[in-house]
Design a protein. Structure first.
Length: 100
């Protein structure tokens, strides 16, 4: 199972820590997560939605993987996806909807 993208949650930026996307090897991924079965079929080519366990704390998570060669028709489409995804990762929670 070859995966090439992961979420990195501590990226230095002008406003402090930001979430972003970075390349990750299959070996590095295996040190962070244990993949489980499929959550659901994806309508996007080259994407899988999988259950996983985060090894550091045992938290059950859902991971979306993208196979770069099958997921994007062009470099521009990939850049747009990365930009949109990073923007969504860094949105603040609305305190009235999600009290902490």
């Amino acid at each position: 199972m070859k995966k090439s993208l992961s979420i990195k949650t501590k990226v230095s930026g002008p406003g402090g820590a930001r979430k972003g996307i970075r390349p990750i090897s299959e070996a590095e991924f295996a040190k962070i997560y244990q993949l489980k079965g499929q959550v659901m079929e994806s309508t996007n080519a080259g994407m899988e939605v999988l259950f996983a366990t985060r090894l550091v704390d045992g938290e059950e998570v859902v991971i979306k993987t993208r196979e770069k060669g099958k997921s994007f028709k062009s470099g521009g489409e990939e850049r747009e996806w990365r930009s949109t995804t990073e923007c969504q990762l860094n949105m603040s929670l609305a305190p009235t909807l999600f009290p902490i």
